[in-house]
Design a protein around this ligand. Structure first.
Ligand SMILES: Cc1cc2nc3c(=O)[nH]c(=O)nc-3n(C[C@H](O)[C@H](O)[C@H](O)COP(=O)(O)OP(=O)(O)OC[C@H]3O[C@@H](n4cnc5c(N)ncnc54)[C@H](O)[C@@H]3O)c2cc1C
Length: 395
């Protein structure tokens, strides 16, 4: 965008929205920055919602101290943005007020997917701090839980509730756990970890209905089996919150379509970052790393600064005191090179494209650098856990 920008309006005061506001100030932007957020809390990081908060921590990691928001930003909490007028360059809020912008940044994240079958309202979701606190409150006195969804968040919730002593069952519709973004070998390490900790995992499960109330839930499966528990949690992924963008005519396809600088492909005055952004040729990413990275990249683009070199995407998941880390694009690999019991390198035409490991932070850090360098690996040497991975780079 080449015109002078005096007013930036960010819709969504979650991780990426907060990080974007902070990045703009760090890069020297002195104009006004307004953040509109539907939640009642100042921007915070979400990973602890399925881990620390369920295990007794009081609050998640804030993006900045409260005084910083008051000092340098116009932060409007408990406020929903309801419409975008791209001609007038204004956003309407739920109270009818209209806020003008020179640049609009959509950081609206995603909303939890619903089941396509009847599902009682008593089933918990876990996308906000309030929902996590509500679930923690209901864990008191509960003895059993059914977690619907064997993805990253479902399994983290299962691990947290099992560690709190609840009898825990995970129901997954697909043929294996973590089918969307974790390679099969790493999914098996996690399945084994859960089995060892006493979580009952069932895959290939078709649910007919989930009934119940605060007193308990009943899950009816296709075929007639009935499962009961004190609590149920639904974690089957999210859908990007694109409704504002779509209503404003911005091109969307599984997210708001953006270019490499996170500007809408149709409007240089509108950006989208975090979980709601779908980058051309890359798609959507739902990770802590991408929330912060896209926020900073969009801030640079908005201010007309050159982009920073792209970093290798990665994410982590903490379960039962172990940390799974996945980097790059392991799902596209054609060769998997195991390196010890719970670490693997993923190669495509001999070059490393991904890595996954349970713990092993040092090997993981080196693997990320090798992925960035598109290094060709000697698979035999890379498979020896005692060998420094850097020495496995083929000439
Ligand atoms: C429980 C949980 C655990 C996670 N754990 C990990 C992890 O271990 N590792 C990892 O890499 N990633 C993890 N993630 C993913 C990571 O937290 C997300 O990718 C990140 O929060 C995305 O940031 P965002 O800003 O796009 O969306 P969010 O942080 O979800 O923020 C979006 C905000 O926009 C608000 N909003 C939406 N529409 C409007 C509107 N119209 N008006 C006003 N406000 C609006 C929402 O209320 C919300 O506050 C986890 C996510 C969750 C939910």
């Amino acid at each position: 965008m080449r015109e002078a920008i005096r007013r930036v309006l960010i819709v969504g005061a979650g991780h990426s929205g907060g990080a974007h506001a902070l990045a703009l100030r760090e890069l020297g932007f002195v104009g006004s920055i307004t953040l509109v957020g539907h939640e009642a809390h100042a921007p915070y990081e979400r990973p602890s919602l399925s881990k620390g908060i369920l295990q007794g921590e009081e609050r998640p990691l804030p993006l900045a101290e409260p005084w910083r928001w008051a000092e340098a930003f116009d932060l409007r909490l408990s406020t929903l943005a309801t419409a975008i007028d791209r001609v007038a360059r204004e956003v309407t809020l739920c109270d009818g007020r209209r806020l003008p912008y020179d640049a609009l940044v959509l950081a609206t994240g995603g909303r939890p997917r619903s089941l396509s079958v009847p599902c009682a309202a008593a089933v918990h979701r876990l996308s906000t701090l309030d929902e996590a606190r509500e679930l923690r409150g209901r864990m008191v006195g509960a003895r059993s839980v059914i977690v619907i969804g064997g993805g990253v968040i479902g399994l983290e919730v299962a691990a947290s509730l099992r560690a709190a002593g609840l009898s825990t069952t995970v129901l997954e519709a697909g043929p294996r756990l973590l089918g969307r973004n974790v390679p099969p070998d790493a999914a098996e390490w996690i399945a084994a970890l859960h089995a060892q900790e006493g979580v009952a995992i069932r895959t290939g499960v078709a649910i007919r209905a989930v009934e119940g109330d605060e007193g308990g839930v009943t899950v009816r499966l296709e075929g007639g089996e009935v499962l009961e528990a004190d609590l149920a949690v639904l974690g089957i992924g999210i859908l990007p919150r694109t409704e504002l963008a779509e209503a404003a005519g911005l091109p969307c396809r599984d997210g708001v379509l953006v270019d490499a600088g996170y500007a809408s492909i149709d409007d240089p005055h509108v950006f989208a970052i975090g979980d709601v952004a779908s980058r051309e040729g890359v798609g959507r990413q739902e990770t802590w790393f991408h929330a912060g990275g896209s926020a900073r990249a969009a801030a640079r683009a908005l201010l007309g600064l050159p982009p920073e070199p792209a970093d290798v995407p990665w994410f982590w998941s903490d379960q039962f005191g172990r940390t799974l880390r996945v980097a790059g694009a392991p799902m596209t690999a054609d060769t998997v090179v195991p390196r010890g019991a719970a670490f693997s390198l993923h190669l495509r035409y001999g070059r490393i494209v991904g890595a996954a490991g349970l713990d092993s932070p040092r090997d993981f850090a080196i693997a990320r650098r090798l992925i960035a360098a598109e290094a060709r690996l000697d698979a035999g040497r890379a498979a020896e856990p005692g060998t420094d991975l850097r020495k496995a780079v083929a000439a």
